[in-house]
Ligand binder design. Structure first.
Ligand SMILES: [Zn+2]
Length: 131
């Protein structure tokens, strides 16, 4: 059964309990890696400057303290050129979240309408809690 490595585990530990529950569930069926959990002010501004985030500190859900309300996760092994794989993974994460009763938003479909064609900013590894 797949499981998280040390680094992924440490990143996930810095996230909201619901994200921890969700991704500990997901990883059992779909091997994945946690790329980002909480983001410090410096990391958020770097992400913003490099165009990886549209938000400045402290507006991102990754900046929520004490536990991040966003996580970046990717199917393992990561192939950044295989867009389909990220979409498929997000579908599995969404189904798991529905099953567990956790409301999430995915960066490939910000408005949650089920289509990605109207998505202004693709952040295919981003999942966040909707409160
Ligand atoms: Zn993110």
């Amino acid at each position: 059964m797949p499981h998280f490595g040390k680094t992924s585990k440490a990143r996930l530990d810095g996230c909201d309990q619901r994200l921890q529950l969700l991704f500990r569930f997901v990883v059992q069926y779909q091997d994945c890696s946690i790329l980002v959990g909480p983001r410090s002010e410096e990391d958020q501004m770097t992400a913003y400057t490099r165009g990886r985030s549209k938000l400045k500190w402290p507006e991102s859900r990754h900046n929520v303290q004490p536990l991040s309300k966003a996580v970046d996760a990717a199917p393992w092994p990561i192939d950044w050129n295989d867009r389909e794989r990220f979409v498929k993974f997000a579908g599995a994460v969404q189904l798991a979240a529905d099953f567990l009763g956790i409301a999430i938003r995915w960066g490939g479909d910000w408005d949650g309408d089920g289509t990605g064609t109207d998505n202004s900013f693709d952040d295919l590894v981003h999942f966040e809690i909707v409160d």
